[in-house]
Ligand binder design. Structure first.
Ligand SMILES: Cc1cc2nc3c(=O)[nH]c(=O)nc-3n(C[C@H](O)[C@H](O)[C@H](O)COP(=O)(O)O)c2cc1C
Length: 186
């Protein structure tokens, strides 16, 4: 089985992204080995003052554990029409240039609003493409997350739940297909 790391892309206490990540892991773990990385555990304090070019060991260790996976699934909330600031900081301290090069990445957005974090997910996709990741085309945008998502049962809308389950079932196949073709140039 492939190893897929799920990244809960905020450090907000009690976050919905972490709840969604845990629900998603319960489904994804049928098809892949999984582990959740919450950016709440990211060693943010060690970056105070700007450590560019001098990455602290705590951040290197966080990154090297996270980057052991064959594929990645980011669960991204919407903050002010974008993704959380800690996700950009995390991204800026990934090893350059190879951290995500030719790595499969799947995306789920969640937001209080009606667009389900479409904006931050698509903004983040631009960054992923810059870093030469393979963005998986099935995506989920969880609209009005506080009303439509349940930690035990998933999404209240059957059609959307079906789409989410399809994404989680098919992404591991994509991860395996990419791994078999690692020699394909980026
Ligand atoms: C700083 C901040 C900004 C937010 N901005 C938006 C927004 O632009 N659009 C939206 O739909 N919801 C917005 N929300 C609501 C969040 O999308 C919603 O509460 C989401 O579940 C937060 O994810 P989290 O619980 O994982 O932090 C914002 C929440 C916070 C904390």
């Amino acid at each position: 089985m492939s190893l897929i790391h799920i990244i809960s892309a905020t450090d907000r206490p009690g976050s919905n992204a972490l709840k969604v990540s845990k629900y998603v892991e319960s489904k994804l773990s049928e098809y892949a080995d999984t582990k959740i990385f919450s950016l709440r555990d990211y060693p943010l304090a060690d970056l105070h003052g700007g450590k560019y070019g001098n990455t602290p060991n705590s951040v290197k260790e966080f990154n090297s554990e996270l980057l052991k996976a064959d594929g990645f699934l980011f669960v991204i909330p919407e903050y002010n029409g974008g993704f959380p600031g800690i996700l950009k900081l995390f991204f800026d301290y990934l090893p350059f240039p190879d951290a995500l090069e030719l790595k499969p990445v799947s995306l789920i957005g969640e937001a209080a609003g009606a667009f389900g974090a479409l904006r931050p997910v698509e903004q983040f996709e631009q960054l992923l493409k810059y870093r030469k990741a393979y963005v998986y085309p099935e995506r989920m945008f969880i609209q009005r997350v506080n009303d439509t998502f349940d930690e035990e049962d998933g999404l209240s809308n059957d059609v959307l739940q079906g789409l989410l389950e399809s994404q989680l079932k098919n992404f591991p196949d994509f991860v395996e297909a990419v791994a078999k073709n690692e020699e394909v140039p980026g």
